[in-house]
Design a protein around this ligand. Sequence first.
Ligand code: FUB
Length: 375
Amino acid sequence: MEQNLKKFQKTALLFLSVLVLTGCRDESKSEETEENLNVSNDTLPEFASEPLVTDNYTADPSAHVFEGKIYVYPSHDWDSGIPEDDTGAHFNMRDYHVYSMDSVGGEVTDHGMVFDVDDVPWASRQLWAPDAAEKDGKYYLYFPAKDENDIFRIGVAVGDSPAGPFTPQDEPIANSYSIDPAVYKDTDGEYYMYVGGIWGGQLQRYRDNVYQGEDDIYPADDEPALNPKVARMSDDMMGFAEELRDVEILDQEGNPITTGDNERRFFEAAWVHKYNDKYYFSYSTGDTHNIAYAIGDSPYGPFTYQGVILEPVLGWTNHHSIVEHNGKWYLFYHDSSLSGGKTYLRSMKVAEMEYNEDGTIKTISSFADEDDIDL
Ligand code: FUB
């Protein structure tokens, strides 16, 4: 009973802290108050780890082991002065940097800017969360950006080194849409791209892969939630080998997670990894700020919901990647600690991730001690 009360108090404190420090953002998105936050650092709680980089804001870190090192492909946050709105216009990123480290805890190398939005012929703005893949000695950087019609598409840029530079292609990937590409290389050598994000990520504007127009359309609360999408990549890694299909996320009874189940339904930030021959699909729940995960037997799913990998961080968004290096598993994520709580100025961090014996993942907190959260 006492333990339950403590857990409730901790959760309530954390929730309040996120609301206070990042602004109240409710489901209806009607009361956004988080722009131009000026939270002084002495109001911040203690964090479990430090930002990996402090001379740039970095978010949405996608980590991979290439050539024996950990390479990280983050978004590059900056303060562009664009006011906040419900489409996420204040996330107005315009270029990418690539980072690497020999191992977690080692020096982080900034390989510099690998391309700018002006280098992408089809893109107009908002270079959001990228990911990278290697095949046959070539490196592919996948990224979402808005086209001239303000519609998110997925682009690809190609290079000869994991550190870049990368040359963006003239057109986005055919039949691509929405945001947050994540490319998973399966143990049989096939590659799969997962995409999708609701609200600013525009996934709600599509049905059966067809754009329905600018109006946002959501299923009713008791209907299955909008699903992320997956497609196997073509041999040349420049496109899809098949149509995008739904990634189903089920509850333990085998029923689809519903739209109203905000604690568990998919919002954005898909990632897939394999552990003990099982596929783990992890994602952000968005307005409930969790990194959740579900397990399945195929890269296509369906995936059965298991729980939370990372609790809400300081800042509205939560976005991660998972990588194994030197026999340990790591969760790369971001929070807004370095900017004092500005939700669009984030910093990438890393934590070791551990499994329980049954293959479930131990939940991680980005705070040193949630009891210490100082409101
Ligand atoms: O960084 C811009 C967007 O914020 C990403 O695409 C989302 O996943 C969220 O982190």
